[in-house]
Design a protein around this ligand. Structure first.
Ligand code: ZN
Length: 297
């Protein structure tokens, strides 16, 4: 026993003593050691599963039937379960909600998010939104160039490529950077306008680059009518569809910030899928019109 161990003072409890010098690391474990040293920083900036027992599903026996005393929406239908007991069926759709709000004061996703919201400055959020707009726009360009440009094919393959694959890839990628922030760093947005800037901004960036590629690379000496059509109609389609898809992200983000609950990003699909269908319907109708009436731009 060292003299340090025999000191009975409360201020000499083991966890209050200075850290002992680090033992030399076995060379074969140097890589793992480096990784472990960075791990607390990563865990602090991103909330991971297993951080808190209070964020686990409510499936273990012996948990009390507490009253839900805050806004807590049903995962299936969005009904506010406030005032009901946990485990009670949703009066609207009958679903039993698997998660309950964490008790006040315990370490949970709620406290993690509240800390991050307090620390995030408003100007950071606008910077993130601008960055997401640029990144999302470029991602969409790269994805559409890689995924949907296959010269030489024709007929139904072209139709399916333009009316199904291209809209799915473009609509998903335009909001992808915004969706990343909403799902993993919801505190980086403080206002819904920032989500619109991140997503609709990406649509504008994408439309500008796509128009330039069409008018200066794909089409040799385009007509004024085609140029006007691309800058007005195609840009409007991109912006309009992305605005629709962004509504889903706004809903997910708002729920996460009002309930201090992990964002459920799949709920955004309710708006992303109609945006893809709308975009596909436009592309499909343009190809069909061109097939019937011949090139008209
Ligand atoms: Zn419900």
């Amino acid at each position: 026993m060292t003299p340090e161990d025999s000191n009975p003072s409360a201020s000499h409890e083991p966890h209050l003593r200075p850290d002992p010098p680090r033992p030399a690391v076995d060379p074969s474990e140097a890589r793992a050691d480096r990784h472990l040293r960075f791990e607390p920083a990563g865990a602090e900036s991103t909330f991971r599963d297993g951080h808190s027992v209070w964020d686990e599903p409510d499936i273990l026996p012996g948990r009390s039937d507490d009253l839900i005393e805050q806004d807590w929406l049903c995962s299936a239908c969005g009904y506010n379960l406030r005032g009901l007991f946990v485990g009670q069926r949703c009066p609207e759709c009958g679903r039993v909600e698997f998660y309950r709000p964490p008790p006040a004061g315990v370490d949970s996703y709620r406290t993690w998010l509240q800390r991050r919201i307090e620390r995030t400055r408003p100007e950071t959020c606008w910077l993130v939104a601008c960055g997401a707009a640029l990144v999302g726009g470029l991602w969409a360009v790269i994805a559409s160039l890689i995924g949907t440009q296959h010269a030489g094919i024709g007929g139904w393959s072209t139709f399916i490529l333009a009316a199904v694959y291209a809209p799915a890839i473009e609509e998903t990628m335009k909001i992808a950077a915004g969706a990343y922030v909403v799902e993993l760093r919801p505190h980086w947005f403080k206002r819904q306008e920032q989500i619109h800037l991140a997503t609709v901004g990406a649509a504008v960036v994408f439309a500008i680059i796509e128009n330039l590629i069409y008018l200066y690379v794909f089409v040799q000496s385009p007509t004024v009518k085609l140029a006007l059509w691309r800058w007005l109609v195609c840009t409007a389609i991109h912006v309009g569809c992305t605005y629709l898809a962004a509504r889903g992200l706004v809903e997910v983000w708002r729920q996460a910030l009002t309930e201090f609950r992990r964002p459920r990003i799949t709920r955004a699909l309710r708006y992303l899928v109609p945006a893809i269908i709308l975009h596909g319907a436009y592309n499909g109708s343009m190809i069909a019109a061109e097939g019937i009436f011949g090139p008209f731009l």
